[in-house]
Design a protein around this ligand. Structure first.
Ligand code: CA
Length: 270
């Protein structure tokens, strides 16, 4: 069953209505291939940069680029090992760039990365971007936010609503590029089945409730779902950059049909 799995996916990113710049970055790798059967499979990354001037967007762009390069260059097939290595290298390189440049001093970025290979997935995570797993039965947040406010909520000191309104909600105690040492949260061995969805997003989506995420992801194709989610974040005020990626796990036959129809469409143009 798992042998034949495939995916469809979508993404959207928007500056929002209040910020001058979009400091989020995201990527899907390899760009030209959606196979889960290759040794390293598919990699999805979202990153939410922080730091004044050009720093925030530079940090998030560096994170996406370096994580992809390092993940695919790593010889070992093991997903958690490769992801851990990729985030570690990205942390070192962003830290170096931050501490050797006036322009980029103090920059950092969140990072939530998802690798899918064969019938398995793995998430690597630092910061307050999020990964969810969604299927018709439920939505599950796979990651924990590494913010002081989220920690206070986990300890029962404040409610979810108080956390949402807290003025320091974006203060992170873990991010890429801030310290020389990095602790990465790994969520390994996620078994994949047709009908599973993964959603990666930055905190610009925070005003969209999990029940709304689930409903929109299950009722639209991935690309359409991403566009609707970003539009909803803007409709709720658009206070921050919003970035989302949605990955749908399909039975192998469905993907092969889709791939063939794309090939035929392309061929007909000539
Ligand atoms: Ca943000």
């Amino acid at each position: 069953m798992e042998q034949g799995l495939s995916i469809s996916f979508g993404s959207a990113s928007d500056r929002g209505l209040k910020r001058e710049e979009n400091q989020d970055s995201f990527g899907k790798f390899p760009a030209e291939d959606a196979s889960l059967q290759t040794p390293k499979g598919q990699l999805f990354v979202v990153a939410d940069g922080m730091g004044g001037h050009a720093g925030g967007s530079e940090a998030s762009r560096m994170a996406v680029r370096i994580i992809a390069e390092t993940y695919f260059a790593e010889q070992q097939a093991d997903l958690p090992h490769s992801l851990q290595r990729a985030l570690t290298v990205a942390n070192q390189r962003i830290y170096q760039a931050s501490n050797t440049s006036f322009e980029f001093y103090g920059m950092g970025t969140t990072c939530t990365a998802l690798a899918l290979q064969g019938g398995t997935g793995c998430v690597a995570h630092v910061g307050d971007s999020r990964a969810y797993r969604i299927n018709p039965d439920r939505i599950e947040q796979l990651t924990q936010d590494h913010s002081k406010v989220a920690e206070m909520q986990r300890l029962g000191m404040i409610t979810a609503e108080e956390a949402r309104r807290h003025p320091e909600k974006s203060h992170l105690y873990r991010a890429l590029g801030i310290y020389t040492e990095l602790e990465v949260d790994m969520i390994p061995n996620l078994s994949l089945a047709p009908g599973d969805h993964f959603l990666l997003c930055t905190d610009g989506l925070a005003k969209v409730d999990p029940s709304e995420l689930k409903k929109i992801v299950l009722s639209h194709a991935p690309q359409k779902a991403c566009e609707k989610l970003v539009a909803l974040a803007n409709a709720r005020g658009g206070e921050d950059n919003a970035t989302v990626q949605v990955i749908r796990v399909l039975p192998g036959n469905a993907a092969r049909t889709g791939f063939l129809s794309r090939v035929v469409r392309r061929w007909r143009r000539f």
